[in-house]
Design a protein around this ligand. Structure first.
Ligand code: SF4
Length: 451
């Protein structure tokens, strides 16, 4: 087993100076979230109101099979819509009518805004209200923005979940709400652990079907499974629910701390906690240890992208022996990642936002062993000799809780192993410049199949 380093003295990185930058930044838009949300919510349909670019993004990212009945689509705004020559609302109503008349399985319809719909100021909130009334009792119509203007790709899920909260029924029941769209198998593992701890009423957001939607009220406490759900958390608090602050459930230590915070809230006996968690903790530590040799003492640099950067830096430094050089994140929400920051020893530069040229200069000067970044930066960095990891893979791959802890560590070893192999056999470098993600991606199913 790997011994965990002691907790840092004081508040770790919680109160260290943060480098805040606002300049040109490289991001991916929130429509991306539809790829994993549509698989999670089995009777929902995501109708993007956007351009052909939006449609292409979704089609290519999700790899839709030709015979499948997809549960997302794009109502394409044509030039006459963009020029204000046609009533986009009328056309939208017609598209929704056409869709719902042939798809009675759709119980929740999300109208998803995009850059073009926002530019022409198409009011999708009003449209959702109008259509909800029209299809009352059959299909609930909600709306959120997946626009790429000033957002990161994980904000799509946050906006989607926040849009569901006002539609949740009121309840006064004492309950735990687990918030975040996890793969079903991972969600089931978490629910089993919580059930074994004796926590009786546990609900999830988002639910798998509209019928299973949770209630919310003053006796609801909620735990987030993803650090990018700030808007959803705010919406739940406005409905009277209370957030259980905790490190995020990545790795053995993070999962134990997450469960312990919930256990304290529900007065779970310490002996029961030890009994329930002992075996999976041991399994997780053993699985992580398999990657230790590769990751130990390697220096890692995070560009801001997925908003998972702070909890992952905590996991990789404390449980895998890595050294963080810079931990960049698009937004630093201390109300959510504060507990992870406290467990992260001082040393790395914590940065929020981006001025991409300056950050590239810092990364190249630092020469980290591994750089976690968005798709657009991977190739240029690889061309400069840096080894990269696509941040987006961390959202498409099951990485939460004990049973996935080994896989999470393993994800970071692959580019390092590949680099070491290429150093041993330099003749393999010949050929076009391909990023680490693309090389790894050749062995993987499409992103959609992983969601
Ligand atoms: S960035 Fe904007 S225009 Fe491009 S795909 Fe995303 S929503 Fe559509």
């Amino acid at each position: 087993m790997t011994d965990m380093p002691a907790l840092p003295q004081g508040n770790g990185c919680r109160d260290v100076p943060v480098l805040k930058q606002r300049g040109q930044h490289e991001v991916f838009c929130g429509l991306t979230g539809i790829i994993w949300l549509h698989r999670k919510m089995q009777d929902a349909f995501f109708l993007v109101v956007g351009s052909r670019t939006c449609a292409h993004l979704l089609q290519s990212a999700a790899g839709v099979m030709i015979f499948a009945e997809p549960r997302f689509g794009t109502a394409i705004l044509e030039e006459k819509d963009l020029a204000g020559l046609a009533d986009a609302n009328e056309e939208l109503d017609r598209e929704v009518e056409r869709l719902l008349s042939r798809r009675s399985d759709i119980k929740q319809l999300f109208l998803v805004g995009s850059c073009p719909s926002e530019v022409i100021k198409l009011d999708l909130e009003r449209a959702a209200e109008r259509l909800s009334e029209k299809y009352f009792g059959k299909t609930q119509v909600l709306n959120y923005s997946g626009s790429g203007i000033e957002t990161t790709f994980t904000q799509g899920e946050d906006a989607c979940l926040a849009s569901i909260v006002p539609a949740m029924p009121k309840t006064t029941e004492r309950q735990l709400l687990v918030v975040g769209a996890l793969p079903d198998v991972v969600e089931d593992q978490a629910l089993k652990l919580l059930g074994d701890l004796g926590i009786e009423t546990v609900r999830v957001l988002p639910s798998r079907t509209a019928d299973e939607i949770a209630g919310v009220g003053p006796n609801t406490v909620f735990a987030l499974t993803q650090p990018f759900l700030g808007d959803a958390a705010g919406a739940l608090e406005r409905r009277g629910a209370r957030h259980i602050a905790a490190p995020f459930p990545f790795g053995e230590e993070g999962t134990t701390a997450w469960l312990a915070a919930i256990a304290r809230e529900f007065g779970v006996d310490q002996d029961l906690f030890e009994t329930v968690t002992a075996a999976p903790r041991a399994r997780a530590r053993k699985a992580i240890a398999r990657s230790h040799e590769v990751l130990q003492n390697k220096r890692i640099f995070f560009f801001p992208d997925s908003q998972l950067e702070v909890p992952l830096a905590r996991f990789l430094t404390r449980e895998c022996g890595m050294e963080a050089v810079e931990v960049g994140t698009p937004f630093l929400h201390k109300g959510l990642v504060g507990p992870d920051l406290e467990m992260l020893a001082t040393g790395p530069q914590i940065s929020e936002g981006q001025d991409v040229d300056q950050q590239l200069d810092r990364a190249i000067a630092a020469q980290p062993d591994l750089t976690v970044c968005g798709l657009g930066l991977a190739n240029p960095l690889e061309a400069r000799g840096l080894t990269t990891k696509w941040a987006i893979e961390l959202v498409f791959t099951p990485v939460h809780f004990y049973e996935q802890a080994g896989d999470l560590a393993e994800l970071f070893t692959r580019p390092l192993r590949r680099r070491a192999m290429l150093a041993e056999h330099p003749s393999h470098i010949n050929g076009p410049e391909i990023s680490s993600g693309e090389r790894e991606g050749a062995k993987r199913p499409s992103l959609g199949a992983l969601a």
